[in-house]
Design a binder for this molecule. Structure first.
Ligand SMILES: Cc1cc2nc3c(=O)[nH]c(=O)nc-3n(C[C@H](O)[C@H](O)[C@H](O)COP(=O)(O)OP(=O)(O)OC[C@H]3O[C@@H](n4cnc5c(N)ncnc54)[C@H](O)[C@@H]3O)c2cc1C
Length: 553
């Protein structure tokens, strides 16, 4: 990846085939796909990469079992296919995981329905590779997998498979892949207006929120991949764009693993006919999510007390020892960019967002902007492919003619060239890490988070052994990652580092708060911040974390 200054220099001089607005998973995927076809691409993100919805998900690469209840078979099949492909393309980062759906003693109809649902889920995933069939487990087995489960309630369970990832790291991996194919990407650069020639967008006016300047970037077509902000950005173009998005808020809480003993992820049916996931992730237990209509400001949505109580109460329906607010170490909220649908609010009743489609739409505006709405983390690659196909219809014939077929179904993420390369390189990275005294947990974390770049992080430790110290006492990330991400992944703030390059800000918010000053001192030495800038960064991190901690204290 080039540095921000290098990107700004090139951006001011060139005309790009495509400018992609939005550095979440969808924008990242579009940039990668377009670059893989030989188009010249610039990706713009107004804040940090993945700072919108794409760092606030349940982190599942999944077929979406619950969508079967809405009879969305085509979508589930598509998601299962993408799950299998991503498991191959990102073997370090997209990992198979077993989930248990507990069956309650007094609900034999649900047990029957769930069995049929999972059989269908297996069928939809069959033939796409990597799929494990579900199995029934006895009450005894259930308690072995999940000692925290109340034995009085359950008559056994169903065990099935999906995949888990690290959402914001996945976005960074896709952006790095796009850049290795020739794309440019820049964060803290906001699209604020558009210039047109003959009624078509010819340039995007941008504000550089990091250094304060403005810049105009010339392009032949423009993609609006701004998630819940897509209406806002489309309205900037003019032409009477009507609002299409209903944001739906989802809150997660994180508890210490000791609060709820489980050796498997859980898929818990709720009394209001939903499901809540409990997922062991990054040495903590993530619990979520809620699903409610949201009308507040789109930046920084916060969990509410009621949402936190709801998640606690769902878990406590099943737990032998209740969890409580004292067990929570982090919480966050994200906004789903769902496509509006009148049917979800019959007779003027409040919108039931869990009934809104998770599918996506790609709309070509008359002014030449292509807007992408909806979708999931899991199917970003397919969405991106269709967006670029549509963009090709807007581009000059000579660009379209020169564009090649997409290759993203073959391009591995994480810098591996193929599965063998993944196996050999991880072995050689492990051997060097052992020699340097890097803990096994840290080694595993580095490979899972950075792919082949784990080697570069370890090289930093070799040069400066002090960088092998943990950032937070209970978690594997080390200080060398701060150096690596500032120098190679365009991390420019404390929050970029602690919340999205490393995930400490969403795993243990109090420990992250304590780590702030030492991480800030290291960034200060790398980026040349003066003391007042360092103080501002610390205040901003503290303000954000305290706001979240207050939600569950
Ligand atoms: C609680 C929750 C749980 C979820 N769990 C899962 C899951 O487990 N699995 C799954 O597959 N999907 C899941 N999803 C869905 C998935 O996360 C989203 O569909 C996906 O992340 C949306 O990505 P995006 O790129 O469209 O939006 P975003 O990630 O929000 O990216 C849009 C970006 O555009 C930027 N932007 C906005 N305006 C401008 C501008 N003017 N100039 C430049 N940039 C701009 C924003 O800053 C933002 O970073 C979940 C969603 C939520 C909310």
């Amino acid at each position: 990846m080039k540095t921000r200054n290098q990107v700004l220099e090139v951006a001011a001089l060139r005309q790009f085939d495509l400018v992609v607005i939005g550095g979440g998973i969808v924008g990242a995927g579009v940039a990668q796909n377009a670059a893989s076809r030989g188009l010249s691409v610039l990706l713009l993100e107004r804040a940090d990469f993945a700072s919108g919805t794409s760092s606030r998900t349940t982190k599942l690469i999944h077929g979406g079992l619950r969508y079967l209840e809405q009879l969305r078979f085509g979508m589930t099949r598509e998601l299962c296919q993408e799950r299998a492909l991503l498991e191959q393309l990102a073997p370090h980062m997209v990992r198979d995981f077993s989930f248990i759906l507990p069956l309650l003693k007094d609900d034999s109809f649900f047990a029957w329905k769930a069995g049929i649902g999972l059989t269908l889920y297996d069928m939809l995933a069959s033939g796409v590779g990597g799929a494990h069939r579900h199995s029934q487990i006895t009450p005894k087995e259930l308690l072995e997998y999940v000692p925290a489960m109340s034995a009085k309630l359950v008559s056994g369970g169903l065990r099935f498979h999906d995949c888990i990832t690290d959402d914001s790291r996945l976005v960074i991996e896709v952006i790095k892949s796009a850049c290795s194919l020739g794309a440019l990407a820049i964060n803290y650069c906001e699209a604020i207006g558009f210039e047109k020639t003959d009624g078509k967008i010819a340039a995007v006016n941008c504000h550089d929120r990091y250094s304060g300047g403005d810049i105009t970037i010339r392009c032949k077509a423009c993609i609006n991949a701004t998630g819940v902000w897509a209406d806002e950005v489309a309205q900037m173009v003019g032409g009477g764009w009507k609002k299409r998005i209903t944001p739906a808020k989802g809150t997660h809480i994180v508890v210490q693993p000791s609060a709820l003993e489980t050796n498997s992820a859980l898929f818990l049916p709720t009394k209001d006919n939903r499901y809540v996931f409990v997922v062991p992730w990054q040495r903590a237990l993530m619990i979520g999510t809620t699903d409610t209509a949201y009308t507040g400001p789109l930046e920084h949505p916060l969990p509410t007390s009621a949402e936190i109580d709801y998640l606690i109460s769902v878990v406590n329906t099943y737990a032998v020892k209740p969890i409580g607010r004292r067990d929570i170490v982090a919480a966050w909220a994200g906004l789903r960019p769902l496509i509006s649908n009148e049917a979800a609010a019959p007779n003027g009743s409040p919108i039931n967002t869990s009934q809104l489609s998770r599918e996506y739409e790609i709309v070509a505006m008359l002014d030449g902007m292509i807007v992408v709405i909806g979708g999931k983390l899991t199917n970003y690659r397919l969405m991106a492919d269709q967006v670029v196909e549509k963009a090709l219809t807007q581009l000059p014939p000579e660009v379209t003619a020169a564009a090649t077929q997409p290759r993203t179904h073959r391009i591995m993420l994480g810098g591996w060239s193929d599965k063998n390369d993944f196996l050999t390189l991880t072995a050689s990275i492990a051997s060097q890490a052992r020699k340097l005294g890097i803990e096994p947990a840290t080694l595993e974390h580095l490979t899972a988070s950075y792919g082949t770049d784990a080697q570069a992080v370890i090289d930093l430790v070799e040069k400066e052994p002090g960088l092998n110290s943990r950032v937070c006492p209970d978690f594997p990330p080390i200080m060398a990652e701060v150096v690596f991400c500032v120098l190679n992944e365009m991390a420019v703030s404390l929050e970029d580092l602690l919340c999205r390059r490393m995930r400490l800000g969403v795993i243990h918010q109090r420990q992250c708060l304590e780590a702030g000053p030492k991480v800030a001192m290291l960034i200060q030495s790398l980026l040349g911040w003066d003391n007042s800038r360092t103080d501002l960064e610390l205040q901003s991190l503290e303000g954000m974390l305290q706001e979240h901690i207050a939600c569950y204290s």
